[in-house]
Design a protein around this ligand. Structure first.
Ligand SMILES: [Zn+2]
Length: 222
C-alpha cells in the first residue's frame, strides 16, 4: 500500500481560552498519531503561534500552517496561512477583505454544527475559498459530511477537515489525506486549494468531550 500523508487543519493550543493543549507537546503527539502536519487555529489570537515558533523546533518533515479562527457576526471563520492578524471588528465582510489583503485562505468551519452554525452560508459562499467538511467536534459530523462534500463540489470550493481539538488526545481525529509527499507549507496550501485531498472523518468520543470540560474547569484534572 502506498504511504499517505495526513494533516489536521484545525487545532487549538493553550492560548485559546477554551483549550488546554500545551504547545511543547503538540508536535510529538501529532507525530505519534501519524500526522505529517497541522494548522494551529486559536480563537481570535495568534499569540500561541508566536510562542510556538519562538520555542518549538519543527523538523523539516513536519508542516505547521499558521492560522486563526476568527469570531464573526455570521459565525466562525478559519483563516489559513496567515502570519499576523490585527483586525478589531467582527464583521464578516471586513474579515474577508482583511484575509484577501494578506492572501490567507478563507474557510468556513463546522458550518452545520447545531451549536455553532454559520448564518447564511449560501449567500456568502462566493466570498470564501472553502468549507471544512469534517470537524470532529460536530456531533452530527457523519451526517453533515456528505452534504458538505456535495456543496463544495457544486460550488467548486476547496475542502478541509480537522479535529478542532481542544485537548491533546483529540488531535488528528479528522484530517485531510494526500497520497503524495508534500514538500513544505506552500505545496500543501496548493494541494488544499486545488481540491486534491481526501478526508478522514472521525467524531470526538464523548469521553474526550467530558475530559475537555474537566480540564477547562477543573485545572487539577490536567
Ligand atoms: Zn475551533
Amino acid at each position: 500500500m502506498n504511504r499517505v500523508y495526513k494533516f489536521d487543519l484545525h487545532v487549538h493550543t493553550e492560548y485559546s481560552y477554551d483549550s488546554t493543549i500545551p504547545i511543547d507537546k503538540l508536535i510529538p503527539f501529532a507525530k505519534h498519531r501519524g500526522l505529517s502536519g497541522l494548522a494551529i487555529t486559536d480563537h481570535d489570537t495568534m499569540e500561541g503561534l508566536y510562542q510556538f515558533f519562538k520555542s518549538v523546533e519543527v523538523d523539516d518533515d513536519f508542516i505547521v500552517i499558521p492560522g486563526i479562527e476568527v469570531t464573526t457576526d455570521r459565525g466562525d471563520v478559519l483563516l489559513l496561512n496567515i502570519e499576523h492578524y490585527e483586525l478589531r471588528t467582527n464583521n464578516f465582510f471586513d474579515v474577508v477583505d482583511y484575509a484577501r489583503s494578506v492572501e490567507a485562505l478563507i474557510i468556513i468551519p463546522h458550518p452545520m454544527d447545531p451549536f455553532r452554525p454559520f448564518k447564511g452560508l449560501n449567500r456568502v459562499i462566493d466570498y470564501v475559498d472553502g468549507i471544512e467538511v469534517a470537524n470532529s467536534s460536530d456531533i452530527l459530523i457523519k451526517w453533515h459530511f456528505g452534504r458538505l462534500v456535495k456543496l463544495v463540489k457544486e460550488c467548486g470550493k476547496a475542502m478541509t477537515a480537522g479535529s478542532d481539538a481542544h485537548i491533546i488526545e483529540a488531535v488528528g481525529m479528522s484530517h485531510i489525506i494526500l497520497d503524495k509527499e508534500v514538500h513544505g507549507k506552500d505545496e500543501l496550501m496548493k494541494y488544499i486549494k486545488s481540491g486534491y485531498v481526501n478526508v478522514h472523518v472521525s467524531r470526538t468520543p464523548l469521553t474526550l468531550r467530558l475530559r475537555k470540560l474537566a480540564r477547562q474547569y477543573l485545572p487539577l484534572s490536567k
